[in-house]
Design a protein around this ligand. Structure first.
Ligand SMILES: [Zn+2]
Length: 229
């Protein structure tokens, strides 16, 4: 079931307050139109009743696709730190496991922090690609192009839709402005051989990306913490 709740929202343009219905969770097997709304950036969008400006409310959202047995939590890290979100997340996962009957396969559970990451992950999963292998490719691209795509300021996003049979297309996103700056191409044959290795021996990548947040950039930042000034 998709779930909506009433929220009191203040317009960022004019300050007008109004009550709006926003989604806390969406079930895209039952309501595929909500997935379309998410992709088209219409989900949880508000039109101000006073000045008529449109804006999106980034709030926690549970993306549920029971048909694929997938749960993705989108937790915007605007109010609390990622560490706090991850702690909370671990607790709720333990609770979920405790209540699930033993013969029920637990859903694949993922965590993302931005809408772009959510949309990217949905595409990766629906294309039947291995998320950890995709992130490992990003990891190597970052490592081999430290000057061009430093993980501190650039995020790589796989563009599944525009990738071809021969090449995977990665967009380079500026981590501060969220602008897409350029496109990098990566041979799909290299993805396939990496996937073979991962399927034979998943331990190394599972250790590098234990989840629930699977991110090359985040793993690299954890290896080389940014100096606090
Ligand atoms: Zn307004």
């Amino acid at each position: 079931m998709s779930a909506q709740k009433t929220y009191n929202i203040r317009c960022p343009q004019c300050g007008h307050q109004q009550k709006v219905e926003l989604y806390d969770s969406i079930n895209v097997t039952q309501q595929p139109e909500l997935k379309t709304a998410l992709f088209e950036n219409r989900l949880n969008c508000v039109l101000c009743g006073s000045c008529e400006s449109a804006f999106r409310i980034d709030k926690p959202l549970l993306y549920h696709d029971p048909g694929r047995n997938i749960l993705i939590h989108w937790m915007p890290d605007t109010a609390v730190s990622r560490e706090e979100i991850l702690d909370e997340f671990d607790k709720s996962m333990e609770e979920l496991r405790a209540v699930l009957p033993e013969d029920v396969e637990p859903p694949r559970v993922r965590l993302v922090f931005t809408r772009t990451e959510l949309v990217e992950l949905i595409f990766v999963i629906e294309a039947g690609m291995e998320e950890r292998v995709v992130e490992y490719i990003k990891y190597t691209i970052h490592m081999q192009n430290q000057g061009r795509v430093p993980p501190k300021t650039k995020q790589l996003l796989l563009n599944v839709q525009d990738s071809t049979a021969d090449e995977l297309l990665f967009a380079v996103q500026n981590a501060e402005t969220f602008e897409l700056e350029e496109v990098l191409r990566y041979p799909r044959t290299a993805y396939r051989s990496m996937r073979e290795m991962y399927r034979k021996d998943p331990d190394e990548l599972s250790e590098l990306f234990p989840g629930p947040y699977i991110s090359a950039r985040s793993a690299l930042m954890a290896e080389n913490p940014v100096d606090e000034e």
